[in-house]
Design a protein around this ligand. Sequence first.
Ligand SMILES: [Cu+2]
Length: 153
Amino acid sequence: MARYLKTGSSLGTSLAIAGLVMIVAVSFAIPFIPAARAATVDVSISGDAFHPQTITVSVGDTVRWTNDDAVEHTVTSDTGAWTEIILPGGTGAQGSFTFNTANTYPYHCSIHTFMTGSVIVGSVVPEFSGEFFVVIGLVAVMFGLIAARRKQT
Ligand SMILES: [Cu+2]
């Protein structure tokens, strides 16, 4: 019994220390953890083709098309999801659209209908937040202190 209590005590102390270390580490790391934020993703148009032809982004991201060809192209949604983007040639013209709903968005160039592309918009996967680790750390400290205290009673 004493042996069990002693084991419980050292385990509890270890747990409490591990929890504290985690909290301190996360506190320092929080400013460096990149928050999930909207991004702008580029698609270039060259040689009468969209590059990349299929692009996967997250909800809230913006896709920006740049016409690197000398001829005019359009970025036209197959389903009318956005107003047709017309990009004159020879000027590196840019146009963009922000995707706020998860779905697959096929599109094409209305001048060269063989030019097709697709934007796959996936829902945002929640990242582990600093708060998550702080809570885990606090729970570890709590259990550690309870376990360590048992030795004294
Ligand atoms: Cu075109």
